[in-house]
Every structure is written in structure tokens, then in C-alpha cells.
Design a protein around this ligand. Structure first.
Ligand SMILES: [Zn+2]
Length: 224
């Protein structure tokens, strides 16, 4: 049976056959021993925790963790305009992640708060050529088009229970570009798929198969 895929979560789950999840590791608080090489992870230095950490330390930790095979994506990382961390400092750390993703050939998981245009600008300056997963996507159609310059996937979570705008966007967005996540919420991934299937007027099983194809397209070379 095709599993549900939870592309981005901070919670610890029991592994089951019906759900495949990618657990996010916040590198500022990482404990090496907790990583289980048989599972899938993403690892990055979240912009919220950039302040008061020096560049070399972040670079060292990032390179040490992301090279591991079980770390299949780099992030979440990005830019957040709702926090009290200088943008310039956030950009510097975001660049580190972009270069790391490029070097390792792994996708980037993007965190953005009111910063899609900043992110597009930095990606452009870095001549990024890899894959993007925009976590908790809440942007508009214009931004979807701008991101389509890259191999971009848009990940949806609890916001699809809330805003009509994001529901309309999900309804019309190509299923070949979507992923789902629980992030920090307690909602189950099954409920998120169910809601998305309603919005897209698609049977859940079809949605599961489509997301699985997306997952394989993104990670096919990394997993075996
Ligand atoms: Zn997150």
C-alpha cells in the first residue's frame, strides 16, 4: 500500500508502514546519538536560532550533519521577516545552506515568513540549480510562478484548514508539485491528506500515489 508521506515534522513518531516521515533536525540543539540511520531526516539551522551563533560554528555543524546518508534534505532554512534577527545575518546563513545543498545534491527545505522575494533573490545570486521544497507554503500564484524557475515543490499543512486563499491555490496547483506536512502541529498527516483530497476533489488514494511519485522524483537518487 502506498504510504502517506509527511515531508516535514518536528515530532517524534513511531515508524509504521502506512506513514513515511522526514523528521526535521534543528541543528542548534542537535544530539548526535538521537539520529537513527535507518530513518529519514532533514537538517538545518533555523533562522530563529541564528542570533548569537557564530558563522564558523554553524558551518561546521551543518557540514558534519548534512553529509550523512540518512539526512536526505537540507533545512529548514531561509529568511523570516517576523523575527528580531538582522536580515543580513539570516541571508549569510541561508547562503551556507544553499551551497551545502548544491555540493551534496540534496534538496533545500525553505522556511519563509514574508520573505519569498528575499529568498528568490538569494537563490538567484547563488545561481541555485537544485530542488526546493517550500514548507508550509502560504504564498500566492505570482510567487508559485516565480519559484517555478526552479524545481520547486510546495508543502501544505494545517493552513489548508484555515485560509480560503490557500485552499483555492491548492485546488488549482498541479498535483505533481505538492507535498504534505504536519510541522509542529498535532494534526495527523492522514487528516491533512483527507482535507487536501476534498479541496482537490481527488480520491485520497490517488493523492497518495501522486505524492509518492513526487517524493520519488525528488529523492530517487538518494534512496536505495
Ligand atoms: Zn518546521
Amino acid at each position: 500500500m502506498t504510504p502517506y508521506i509527511n515531508i516535514h515534522t518536528h515530532n517524534e513518531y513511531q515508524e509504521t508502514e502506512s506513514v513515511l516521515f522526514v523528521k526535521n533536525i534543528l541543528l542548534h540543539q542537535v544530539i548526535f546519538e538521537n539520529i537513527d540511520a535507518s530513518k529519514y531526516y532533514s537538517a538545518g539551522w533555523h533562522p530563529w536560532f541564528v542570533k548569537n551563533n557564530n558563522f564558523e560554528r554553524i558551518a561546521n555543524v551543518l557540514h558534519q550533519y548534512t553529509a550523512q546518508k540518512c539526512v536526505i534534505a537540507i533545512g529548514e532554512c531561509g529568511i523570516d521577516r517576523a523575527i528580531d534577527v538582522p536580515i543580513q545575518q539570516q541571508v549569510e546563513i541561508f547562503r551556507l545552506h544553499i551551497r551545502c545543498a548544491t555540493k551534496l545534491g540534496k534538496p533545500l527545505i525553505i522556511h519563509s515568513v514574508r520573505a519569498y522575494s528575499d529568498i528568490l533573490q538569494v537563490l538567484n545570486e547563488e545561481a541555485f540549480g537544485g530542488t526546493l521544497i517550500i514548507h508550509d507554503y502560504r504564498g500566492n500564484w505570482q510567487q508559485v510562478e516565480q519559484f517555478s524557475k526552479y524545481e520547486t515543490y510546495f508543502s501544505f499543512g494545517k493552513s489548508i484548514f484555515q485560509g480560503i486563499k490557500i485552499q483555492n491555490l491548492l485546488k488549482d496547483l498541479s498535483s505533481g508539485r505538492i507535498l504534505f506536512e504536519t510541522d509542529e502541529s498535532d494534526i495527523s498527516i492522514e487528516k491533512i491528506y483527507l482535507r487536501a483530497a476534498e479541496i482537490k476533489k481527488t480520491p485520497v488514494d490517488e493523492l497518495k500515489e501522486q505524492v509518492m511519485r513526487n517524493f520519488n522524483r525528488i529523492f530517487g537518487n538518494e534512496l536505495d
